[in-house]
Design a protein around this ligand. Structure first.
Ligand SMILES: Nc1nc2c(ncn2[C@@H]2O[C@H](COP(=O)(O)OP(=O)(O)OP(=O)(O)O)[C@@H](O)[C@H]2O)c(=O)[nH]1
Ligand SMILES: [Mg+2]
Length: 319
């Protein structure tokens, strides 16, 4: 989704690139004086127009945040900071307009003059002014380049029926995604292995047509108020809030995850209070270690027990 943004250079790289490009411009005239004049003018114009088109493309090609789906808006605020992002885009746009103004007010004095020394002096002056404008927004360009790097790591979310897997850390959420889809999120025996949203897909034949579903892995959540949640946990909450048509909540009754059932139960209750209009499917994982005998669905991501039944149940709820 965010892979097509052109690379954003910092001030020095941008100025160096534009100067390098203009050096290639050569013009021949039988009269040396005219030749120099034409070259100076052509290079100055090319330098500025190249810069202008770069600056314009940075702002124009950046996704307009307010028009993105709400999930992305929230993830951008968590991982990048929407305010700073808007300020940086504004600053780069200011630089473009200011460079344009310099060009409009100065370029006529270039064409009017026949004096080569004066022309060269004028060219130096314009380069100096334009460079100082671009350097003023260097930190904004660096911020945008970094934001762009972060955007590229975002998962591609489609507008199709979606199940979000949630639960305490280390209970087997990523293991379940691996069982139910072709996605291969990292699995490890320590908490907080998953640090961002991961997307897998499931399919079902509906009247001779293949229907696709999304299954979303989230970072583990602890039972605490939203205001105390870190950026990794807040991504899980954003996925639950904006993407879930069904929430599969995973318990680990074996407590080999390192978290007690008491705490896991409290968290489920709190999450249920937050998302009252989404159906919940409560699942106990690691039944190969511990079977509680409760009425909840039981699975094992190690032996595969209960996985196919769970898949069917998820697909029948999602429809
Ligand atoms: N015995 C047993 N171990 C399991 C089962 N499912 C997962 N595990 C193990 O539990 C540990 C955590 O699994 P993950 O899938 O990484 O758990 P997670 O919930 O995604 O963890 P975070 O991303 O850190 O929140 C790993 O060592 C898994 O091998 C299961 O059904 N039985
Ligand atoms: Mg995980």
């Amino acid at each position: 989704m965010f892979r097509n943004i052109p690379p954003i250079l910092n001030a020095k790289q941008l100025l160096d690139q534009s100067i390098r490009r203009t050096k290639k411009i050569q013009i021949h005239d039988r009269e040396k004086r005219f030749e120099i004049k034409k070259i100076v003018i052509a290079r100055t114009v090319a330098f500025i127009t190249d810069l202008l088109s770069q600056l314009e493309s940075y702002v124009k090609n950046f996704p307009s945040i307010d028009r993105l789906p709400l999930f992305y808006q929230e993830i951008i605020d968590i991982k990048i900071d929407t305010n700073k992002l808007k300020k940086s885009l504004g600053a780069v746009d200011w630089a473009r307009k200011t460079v344009e103004m310099v060009y409009m007010t100065q370029s006529s004095s270039l064409t009017k003059s026949g004096n080569v020394e004066f022309l060269k002096q004028k060219q130096k002056e314009i380069y100096g002014r334009v460079s100082s404008i671009v350097k003023q927004v260097d930190k904004n360009l660096v911020f945008l380049a970094n934001a762009q790097k972060i955007l590229r790591t975002f998962p591609d979310i489609e507008d199709i029926p979606t199940v979000v897997i949630a639960g305490y850390p280390n209970v087997g959420k990523s293991s379940l995604i691996r069982q139910l889809s072709a996605a291969k999120p990292e699995i490890a025996q320590y908490p907080f292995t998953t640090k961002q949203i991961f997307v897998g897909h499931m399919e079902k034949m509906v009247r001779y047509e293949k229907k696709r579903y999304q299954i979303i892995d989230t970072p583990g959540l602890l039972d605490r108020p939203l205001s105390e949640r870190n950026k990794i946990e807040r991504q899980a909450i954003a996925a639950l809030r904006h993407l879930a048509d069904l929430i599969v909540f995973i318990f680990d009754p074996s407590e080999t995850s390192g978290y007690q059932m008491n705490d896991q139960t409290l968290m489920l209750e709190n999450i249920q209070k937050l998302f009252t209009d989404v159906p919940f499917l409560i699942v106990e994982n690691k039944v190969d270690i511990k079977d509680t005998g409760s009425a909840n669905r039981k699975i094992s991501c190690i032996t595969g027990e209960g996985i196919e039944e769970l898949r069917k149940e998820i697909l029948s709820i999602l429809n």
